[in-house]
Design a protein around this ligand. Structure first.
Ligand code: GLU
Length: 297
């Protein structure tokens, strides 16, 4: 068993991060497995070395020891580009020049009804999707967002059989924790759900040359992660990750989504919840055991 903790160095770790890290760490250690650390710093406009330093300090203070070297996403741009090139050559990507505003306007045009929301926000209405297949000799475009043609992707990557919801193409993953609605067990992903309720997600952002979805899938495979343990807010993104694993011939790990740590008002903690920063508890003299108790471990 090999798990990981994958924080973004864009703010202080708070109680929710501590819970996620301790849970993944404890589960790996209970099985005699490995626990790895990955710094998700593809958003260079928000990542800061001092936040990364604080992550190391907070984890060490919590008693979390990671195995092997830390993987930093900003060192992996070549791997991301190679995967994008492969998807591009298969005709599965297309350049998109829409702004957020263009998308919001197209998605809320009167004939469209209320805009549908997917895991990445408003579902892309397909404005830039070409009616042609990219010629294989054409180079991967740069400085433009690249979207996955989800219809082509599921047609290529999903199994040909009728699923429970009636779709002719399905894929699966195993959930050993739970999704936000108690989803658990073998999860069936329906091709129709992917095209209608997820849509053509961005795999390379114009300003980044990659995306959360692409990087996380490639890195989990590169680090040999067998069990992805993370918050239930990422449950819906898992279907995108499984689709990418199939397109890129990567194994699908077991997923274990966990409950989110909330404040007194029931709102999930975010990076701006500095009041729950591990750093502050440390400074106030709390012990790692206190933190464990606070998050219910
Ligand atoms: N970097 C993500 C975060 O900080 C976690 C990604 C994942 O666990 O898949 O929320």
């Amino acid at each position: 068993m090999r798990t990981r903790f994958a924080p973004s160095p864009t703010g202080p770790l708070h109680l929710g991060h501590a819970y996620s890290a301790m849970l993944a760490h404890d589960m790996a250690r209970a099985e005699g497995g490995d626990f790895l650390l990955r710094i998700e710093d593809i958003d260079q406009s928000r990542a800061r070395p001092e936040w990364e330093e604080l992550i190391f300090e907070d984890l060490a203070w919590l008693g979390i020891i990671w195995d092997g070297p830390v993987l930093r996403q900003s060192d992996r741009m070549d791997a991301y580009e190679a995967a994008l090139t492969s998807l591009w050559r298969q005709g599965l990507l297309y350049p998109c020049t829409c702004t957020r505003r263009d998308i919001a306007e197209a998605a809320s045009a009167p004939q469209e009804g209320a805009p549908l929301l997917g895991p990445d926000g408003v579902i892309y209405p397909g404005t830039c999707r070409p009616g042609w297949v990219v010629p294989p000799e054409m180079d991967l475009p740069r400085d433009v967002a690249l979207r996955l043609d989800m219809g082509q992707a599921v047609a290529r990557a999903f199994d040909h059989r009728v699923g429970k919801a009636g779709a002719e193409r399905v894929a699966e993953f195993e959930e050993t924790g739970h999704g936000p609605n108690g989803e658990r067990g073998i999860m069936e992903i329906d091709a129709r759900h992917m095209t209608r309720e997820v849509g053509d997600v961005v795999l390379a952002r114009r300003d980044m040359g990659t995306s959360y979805h692409l990087s996380v899938v490639l890195d989990d495979a590169a680090q040999g992660i067998t069990h992805v343990i993370r918050g239930e807010d990422l449950f819906e993104a898992t279907a995108i990750h499984v689709t990418l694993q199939r397109l890129l011939n990567l194994p699908t790990p077991i997923y274990h989504h966990h409950r989110l740590i909330r404040d007194e008002a029931g709102k999930r903690l975010a990076k701006r919840d500095d009041a729950r920063a591990i750093r502050l508890y440390r400074d106030e003299g709390a012990s790692p055991e206190d933190i464990r108790r606070m998050v219910g471990l």
